[in-house]
Design a protein around this ligand. Structure first.
Ligand code: ADP
Length: 635
């Protein structure tokens, strides 16, 4: 008896998007089916390597295409690992990929069809693409070590059925499509035609490591014979010299291993020579998938040993900050049944990781120099991830700092550090930066006033990772990085400082009692209140003393669940500001006026707000502010 099941909500939405044919290239369903079949046979082969009890012929595995013109069906048959009933529901009936819901709403909100097609291409929906060309799809499958086989069936309209198949069935999966009528205008070719299938396999699946076979008919002097023909060359692309391989072939290979529908942004074919030999074919995708930024993301490239597939995502081969890299590594001297534990310690794997890292970084360097437009695209997608390298792999910092693009105050576009230095005006001798919530908040921060007045460049760092790496790097091209949020950093040179200091010292004497009174009434919030010359138009700002963490760092650490001792900063006052003058007058006249305390609290509060900080007691702040406003208005 067949049981009926509903597709999971996200899967349903995805199916309807696919069926309503927002993707124009319908031919690719075959590539997806062959790719899945090939994966299933890889999985079976791996199982037999680790489980000696398992009896399966993995020597003569092939993928078979069976077109039937009369029935208008096409079957793709593999002898791979197969699926049991539960897996049919979990793997086919649901989409487990994180970020699916947001992705679907993005597509729905996208205005143009072309845009939706691009979006769905980014995501890739694998198996569901069959519903672009079929009215009904049947999967018959048996899992390798289970006796019961199952039949899954659906027309793609929200539900599917599963039933047990009686009798024996070889292991593996047969997927049969009841094809829609040929409609060249709508991009649906005749997928029962020998020529169409031959062409599609050649175009999209030539590199697949298993033979894709089909029965073909030969006519010879009225005599009709049938025989199996292998449609693909099965050549391992990474083993071929890159000038023999066409970009198209690389692109199709990328789509197979990355489960992406778009071409890669960059292809890197690279052989390692010397002590450890390896061949590799690496790709930088065009888009970052949402899961890259989640903890569940599983990085890695495929590992082969002398052309034998070993594992799908070998994480030891790429550092975390290059986790967007897809590709294949074929190592010459590893043992075939190398375990995960051994991999971590393996010298060869470590050497390959190093080689890959160096090669990818140098490729990015060249891209930045020679194709800056493409590089900007890369940076927009993966820059945040690459920056993690600055604190994870400090030994690469010189190279990584050459690659970063950052927002800076005098530049609309992101700037490289090299250009930043070129734009530094006379007198600026350090790389100044500010960390904060977003560009607008940072640009209006009181800390920048003196720097802006001098036309200095200041990096505006607002990515979450910025707070980390910026504390780990010391300098770039002998210019040190300095935070404008620190008390010992100012825009003035020595002479200017000296000139101002005298004046400031005078004022300090005048204001000494006010400053110390303010210090004690704000003792919960700040370490000290003092005068400064860093401000031009704002009355006050907060700066960090010594090695206190920056507010951005403090926020990050808290968000990550770390306990942080409260950090007290220094409240600096603008000695020239009328507000400070008035405050002083008032203080001299009436030490014990309660209004004084309100003014001081509001002054502190606005210093915090102006740098994008959060008040610990907004209610109290509002209360003090209201008092002051009432007073002003009733004058
Ligand atoms: P993807 O291949 O990108 O994971 P698909 O929608 O193409 O997504 O397939 C979903 C899952 O269904 C696969 O990951 C695989 O586990 C399973 N699957 C699909 N086709 C086969 C097959 N021919 N044999 C075994 N399992 C398969």
């Amino acid at each position: 008896m067949a049981q009926t099941y509903e597709f999971q909500a996200e899967a349903k939405q995805m199916l309807s998007l696919v069926i309503n044919s927002i993707y124009s290239n319908k031919d690719i369903f075959l590539r997806e089916l062959i790719s899945n079949a090939s994966d299933a046979m890889d999985k079976l082969r791996l199982r037999t390597l680790t489980d000696s009890e398992l009896k399966a012929d993995t020597e003569n595995m092939q993928i078979r295409l069976v077109p039937n013109k009369d029935e208008r069906t096409l079957s793709v048959v593999d002898c791979g690992i197969g699926m049991n009933g539960e897996e049919l529901r979990e793997l086919i009936g649901t989409i487990a990929r994180s970020g699916t819901a947001e992705f679907i709403s993005k597509i729905k909100n996208s205005q143009s069809e072309a845009n939706s097609a691009e979006l769905i291409g980014q995501f890739g929906v694998g198996f569901y693409s069959v519903f672009m060309v079929a009215d009904k799809v049947t999967i018959e499958t048996r899992k390798i070590d289970e006796a019961q086989a199952y039949r899954w069936e659906s027309d793609g309209n929200g539900s599917y059925t599963i039933e047990e198949i009686e009798g024996e069935r070889p292991q593996g999966t047969t997927i049969t499509l009841k094809l829609k009528p040929v409609d060249e205008e709508d991009g649906i070719s005749d997928y029962t035609s020998e020529w169409v299938l031959r062409d599609l396999v050649k175009r999209y699946s030539d590199f697949i490591a298993y033979p894709v076979v089909m029965k073909v008919t030969h006519k010879h002097d009225d005599e009709v014979t049938e025989e199996d023909e292998t449609l693909n060359s099965m050549k391992a692309l990474w083993a071929r010299s890159s000038d023999e391989v066409e970009a198209k072939e690389y692109n199709e290979f990328y789509k197979h291993i990355a489960h992406d529908w778009n071409d890669p942004l960059e292809t890197i074919a690279f052989k390692g020579e010397g002590t450890f030999e390896f061949q590799s074919l690496l790709f930088i995708p065009e888009h970052a998938t949402p899961d890259l930024f989640t903890a569940e993301f599983h990085k890695g490239v495929q590992l082969y040993v002398k052309r034998v597939f070993i594992m799908d995502r070998c994480e030891e081969l790429v550092p975390d900050y290059l986790r967007f890299i897809k590709g294949v590594v074929d190592a010459q001297d590893l043992s075939l049944n190398v375990s995960r534990e051994l991999l971590q310690k393996d010298r060869q794997i470590r050497a390959i990781n190093k080689g890959i890292t160096r090669k990818v970084l140098s490729t990015l360097g060249t891209m930045k120099k020679e194709r800056f437009d493409v590089y900007k695209k890369f940076w927009g997608e993966f820059g945040r991830i690459l920056k993690e390298g600055l604190f994870r792999s400090p030994e690469q910092n010189t190279t990584l700092l050459d690659l970063v693009l950052l927002p800076s105050i005098n530049s609309e576009e992101l700037t490289s550090l090299e250009d930043y230095i070129k734009r530094m005006p006379e007198g600026q001798d350090a790389i100044y930066y500010i960390t904060g919530e977003n560009r607008a908040v940072m640009e209006n921060s009181p800390h920048l006033e003196a720097f802006k007045a001098k036309g200095y460049e200041v990096l505006l760092l607002s990515d979450a990772v910025d707070a980390f790496w910026i504390e780990m790097v010391d300098n770039y091209k002998e210019k040190s990085f300095k935070s404008v949020l620190r008390s010992d950093v100012s825009a003035e040179n020595e002479d200017e400082k000296k000139a101002k200091e005298e004046k400031l010292n005078e004022r300090k004497k005048d204001l000494a009692s006010l400053l110390s009174w303010m210090g004690s009434s704000l003792s919960e919030q700040v370490k000290e209140v003092r005068l400064s010359s860093r401000l031009t138009s704002s009355p006050a700002c907060l700066v960090a003393d010594g090695d206190a963490p920056s507010p951005a760092m403090e926020k990050m650490m808290k968000a990550m669940g770390h306990e942080m001792p409260p950090v007290k900063r220094v409240l600096e006052l603008n000695a020239e500001h009328p507000l400070v003058e008035k405050l002083h007058e008032l203080y001299e006249e009436r030490h014990d006026d309660p209004e004084l305390k309100s003014v001081v609290e509001v002054l502190y509060g606005q210093a915090l707000i102006s740098e994008g900080g959060e008040l610990s007691d907004p209610g109290k702040f509002a209360h003090s502010l209201t008092d002051i406003l009432t007073k002003v208005l009733s004058k």
